[in-house]
Design a protein around this ligand. Structure first.
Ligand code: NDP
Length: 339
């Protein structure tokens, strides 16, 4: 791929997240344009394309992948479709930015990562929270030893699922519904990124608190044990209106308290508590996390660096979420299986 050549994006999935976050993020990059959108329903694809100023609407993945102007696909269909769509895109030589969770099993995620690697295309997972100044700053401070040895973390990510999204996430296990595949994957990715550590095992309890039905949970709490011995508590929900979000890391010398940082906007704040002093940490100028993610992805396509979160990162976060779900179902601690 020549640097400077415009990048045409094809959207597989006429989704809410594509409309609200990814179209603006792609249009914020120079030399990038959204060429086409694909929906299983042509009328819906056309309607979506006209509402969002996308020039072409397709009703099949094959037709979109045959479009020579498209060199990058962004996959944001429901989760059970990501696997086959990624394999098809890799086979067609398109770079793939795939939504989380990558898919529904470790085997399928491994196959996706391998297919992209074998085809020589870049694969990224859209874990947007790594791009936040708050999380990048906490990662740097921990790596610099500012809090000593990290011993414990807490992630508060219990939110209220907006009514417009109260569909497959709450009622369709076969589409990868449930708060664990939706939100625990993001917690895991953010913890891995900030701590530079991996989860070894998980214990979780899940529940239905009035929104989800059938074999789908709408709330989960649990503990992850990392390889270093650090323990991390997490609370994820679709049912809580006023808890706010947060992320804390407690080390031998100091603690980091971050408030409002598990939602993309506004950016939230980070504080360092050291002995009896609590000071606000400068996390840099706020930039939209999706814009940063798309920029890093495009740079990787152009041969510079790697996506903010790679396919392998998506595999890791999925592995932990699947272990958490199994733990909640079995009532036992589960060791994470990464392959
Ligand atoms: P949506 O529910 O908006 O879209 C998912 C699919 O549902 C679409 O592909 C579409 O099918 C179908 N659909 C959407 N709207 C309609 C409608 N009005 N009528 C009929 N069918 C419809 O999904 P989300 O945007 O909430 O999530 C998509 C993916 O993105 C998921 O994998 C999710 O986990 C991920 N996500 C990631 C976020 C992040 O920050 N990284 C945030 C939000 C979601 P078709 O394509 O056939 O038209």
């Amino acid at each position: 791929m020549n640097i400077g050549k415009p990048h045409g994006w094809g959207f597989i999935g006429a989704s809410d997240i594509a409309r609200n976050a990814m179209i603006p993020a792609i249009r914020a990059q120079p030399h990038n344009f959204v060429k086409a959108v694909m929906s299983s329903n042509l009328e819906r694809a056309k309607q979506y394309a006209s509402e969002t100023d996308i020039p072409v609407a397709y009703d099949s993945v094959a037709a979109l992948l045959a479009d020579p102007d498209i060199d990058i696909v962004y996959i944001s269909t429901t989760n059970e479709l990501h696997h086959s769509q990624t394999l098809a895109a890799a086979k067609a030589g398109k770079h793939v930015l795939c939504e989380k969770p990558l898919t529904m099993s470790i085997e399928a995620a491994t196959e996706m990562v391998k297919a992209c690697r074998d085809a020589g295309v870049v694969m990224g997972t859209n874990h947007h929270l790594r791009n936040a100044g708050a999380h990048r700053t906490m990662r740097r401070m921990i790596a610099e030893g500012k809090i000593g040895q990290p011993l414990a973390a807490r992630v508060f990510h219990a939110v209220y699922l907006p009514p417009r999204l109260q569909g497959w996430r709450l009622h369709k296990p076969e589409a990868g519904g449930g708060v664990i595949l939706d939100i625990t994957v993001h917690d895991t990715d953010t913890l891995r990124f900030v701590l530079n550590d991996d989860v070894e095992s998980v214990t979780a309890f899940s529940s239905q608190q009035g929104l989800a039905s059938g074999a789908v949970e709408d709330t989960v709490m649990g503990v992850m044990r990392f390889r270093s011995g650090l323990l991390a508590q997490f609370h994820d929900a679709f049912t809580i209106k006023h808890a706010g979000t947060g992320f804390q890391v407690h080390g031998t010398e100091a603690s980091l308290f971050a408030a409002g940082v598990m939602k993309p906007n506004p950016p939230g704040k980070v504080f360092l508590q050291h002995e009896d002093k609590m000071e606000e940490v400068d996390t840099g100028e706020h930039e939209d996390v999706y814009v940063v993610g798309v920029r890093n992805f495009v740079q990787a396509v152009e041969g510079h660096g790697s996506p903010s979160a790679t396919g392998e990162d998506g595999l890791h976060s999925l592995a932990v979420a699947l272990a958490a779900r199994e733990s909640a179902r079995m009532g036992a601690s589960v060791r994470v299986r990464y392959q």
